[in-house]
Design a protein around this ligand. Structure first.
Ligand code: UT7
Length: 318
């Protein structure tokens, strides 16, 4: 680890993403699968959400482990190299302990680990926390977003059943002299808890139209703040990696930001809304198909229950 002139740990170093991974359960649920038992149809779901199919299965920890193993391998690291694990989830396997404990053991890590819950904005929150831990002296931080929303989704409620699903993604952040996390914004408006929540033992309850409206505003404002702090404009963004909730939310936010859909990673047509998993899944899909190049500025932008929002501008530096 680098030291400064006084011989102490060098603080305020930067970070960059050096590896990524994703995990989806095997079981595919198509829009047609809902048609027989709910008053809905493929045309409505496709037109109103952009979702065609989603995946159910696994546990939050099992999906997290699979995504993290891929991320650690793609970073060229071993488990002992990881200095901290941050697991973003809103569907922990157990109330106690944190799901990150299970994931830490299954990955064979020896570092600290904790869960972070900022709903669907959680992965970006975790990314920013990881970046700040690196600025405080850590070398490698594993950031995972994993959720199994199917467990808390009312399969009798057509307004939510067609949206929510399971999945995970992960990245490894590494200390870097040349900082690649250029700007970020984290926020919450706690007065909006009633528009999207899940009681213990209950199901997700949502005022969909209200969430939609607030989501677009929050994404746009937050993206502008993160961009401003990075000293960039929307024109400088090579790829937006937004929370994958509804294609119409993404289109509306992009329109207001002036970023064309061609510069946006979309996976929701095959994943549905996987909460913490959604942004890293969309990042992994873009990276896997070679859509990201060194020097590309990537805008991560999420929103969720709370109501939380989070944006980060990261230069792709692999
Ligand atoms: O991660 C954050 C979590 N949540 C979100 O991001 C969700 C944000 N909201 C949305 O994505 C959209 O509001 C929904 C997809 C949930 C709903 O789309 P909408 O265009 O806002 O529809 P709406 O709520 O205004 O409902 C229009 C109609 C209603 O019927 P009536 O009252 O006009 O007769 C709904 O009951 O559509 C009905 N509807 C459905 N119809 C067929 C609601 N869900 C369905 C469905 N199939 N699955």
């Amino acid at each position: 680890m680098a030291t400064n002139e006084t011989g102490k740990l060098k603080l305020m170093q930067g970070s960059r993403i050096i590896g990524w991974g994703a995990a989806l359960p095997d079981k595919v649920i198509t829009n047609q699968d809902f048609e027989g038992r709910l008053e809905t149809n493929d045309a409505w779901i496709t037109e109103r959400t952009g979702i065609k199919e989603r995946r159910y299965g696994g546990t939050t920890s099992s999906l997290a482990v699979e995504a993290a193993q891929k991320a650690i391998a793609s970073a060229g690291l071993a488990p002992e190299d990881i200095g901290m694990l941050i697991l973003s989830t809103t569907t922990p396997d157990k109330t106690v302990p944190a799901t990150s404990s299970t994931v830490q053991a299954e990955l064979g890590l020896s570092c600290g680990a904790f869960d972070l819950n900022a709903a669907c904005a959680g992965f970006v929150y975790a990314l920013v926390v990881g970046h700040n831990m690196i600025q405080s002296g850590l070398k490698n931080v594993l950031v995972i977003g994993s959720d199994t929303l199917s467990r808390i989704t009312d399969q009798e409620d057509r307004a939510t059943a067609v949206l929510f699903a399971d999945g995970a993604g992960a990245v490894v952040l590494q200390a870097s002299e040349d900082n690649a996390v250029l700007g970020w914004d984290l926020g919450v408006d706690g007065s909006l808890v009633p528009i999207l929540y899940c009681e213990h033992g209950g199901y997700m309850r949502m005022e969909g139209r209200e969430v939609f409206k607030r989501a677009v505003l929050a994404m746009v404002d937050s993206a502008h703040l993160a961009l401003g702090r990075a000293g960039l404009t929307p024109d400088d963004i090579a790829l937006v990696v937004p929370h994958q909730a509804n294609i119409r939310i993404i289109e509306a936010a992009n329109r207001r930001l002036g970023i064309p859909m061609e510069r946006t990673s979309i996976v929701l047509d095959t994943t549905g809304n996987t909460s913490s998993g959604s942004i890293p899944l969309a990042l992994a899909a873009a990276a896997d198909k070679g859509a990201l190049h060194p020097g590309d500025n990537v805008l991560f932008c999420g929103f969720g229950a709370g109501m939380t929002w989070a944006s980060a501008v990261v230069r792709w530096d692999i």
